[in-house]
Design a protein around this ligand. Sequence first.
Ligand code: SUG
Length: 434
Amino acid sequence: MTHHELNFDGLIGPTHNYAGLSFGNLASARNKGAASNPRAAALQGLAKMRAVKLLGLHQGLLPPQDRPHMKTLRALGFSGTDRQIIEKASAHPEILANCYAASSMWTANAGTVAPSPDAADGKVHFTPANLATNFHRAIEGDTTARVLKHIFGSERHFVHHPLLPGGVHFGDEGAANHGRLAKDHGDRGVHLFVYGIDGDKFPARQKLRASEAVARSHLLDPSKTVFVQQSKAALDAGAFHNDVVGVANGTALFLHERSFEDRDRALAAIRKAAPFVEIVEAPASQVSLEDAIATYLFNSQLLSLPGGEMALVLPKESEENARVKAFVDETLSKNNPINRAIYMDVRESMRNGGGPACLRLRVILSDEELTATNANFLLDDEKFDALEAWAGKHYRDRLIPDDLRDPKFMEEALAAIDALTRLLGMGAFYDFQR
Ligand code: SUG
């Protein structure tokens, strides 16, 4: 049986803006209030999806969520027609900005997935993330759960768990703190769960007890799960998710020397569970944590290509930093599994702290499971063209926080999502359509 890695990228929504909502995410704080370009953002995301597809991988997408989220605004006591709700909420710019965030684009945070070879019942398991730490992200979970069930509908192949209860006690940020190592995608894999403990400056979003709950639900073999603490130094330097300082794929673990709190113990535990692992590590003397976080070097996609090579899809920012670029070049020239680097421009997302790896949810599927997946969310040239035309028609090329107060923009944004549901054959899917 052949297994494939599918990347489900988040299609970037029409309300993409810089509201400075994520404490501990340096890019989000730095760009607060700046003008965004939602159209360019969507096109950059689609160009990355096209590039990955051209490498020979299947490429999927998760649709953007409906924003502004009128259901949340109503739950917060704003009443009347949709226009009246926006007018009233305008007096509370912070609430409005949270309900407008296009943050569902970062689908590495949509949930955690276990492929069927790893689960005791032989099915693919999904747990949507509760994203409890930040209000704008905590309102994603219910719709994410609906999206995942819609795309992976077959009960024969797919198991959907509810979001973890208990708020930040079980704070769960999905696959952004999770990696899988396996000799081959279809082999029984080793799951690496990285959790945080609050730093001196910034809160940890992923809790150990949450990772443990997900591993239990997904029926993983305890001898093939490793739980490792992220370093507080990385957290306080701005690595609010572990995927900012490391990425795993196949036999390779590509990471910064200061990713883990107790490096030696962590690497020993990983080697014990996955003796085949090849660790490619950036020494702090060559790439500082600050450089790694500013360039998102490790927030790259690490992809096994059909020909047997492994490629890194990196953000342009990594190419522009001489020390980081030198480290990438050296990595490619050395004897390790990584042998190609492709630099992509995802700057609109990067300015909110989201690199190439944040923008995708990895799902490993067998041929049969792939056939059971809703093909409307798998991309080909025709669909790429249609989505680019859709974004070209519905998206603005400039958005500032003040624009969110205009009820006309609410109508425009929801009209774009409404048109998308027709393009993707979703029916009346979103809260505002029900
Ligand atoms: O949750 N940024 C996101 C970025 C998520 C990146 N994902 C991974 N590392 N996997 C976050 O902090 C900023 C939104 C704003 O400030 O407008 C934001 O939500």
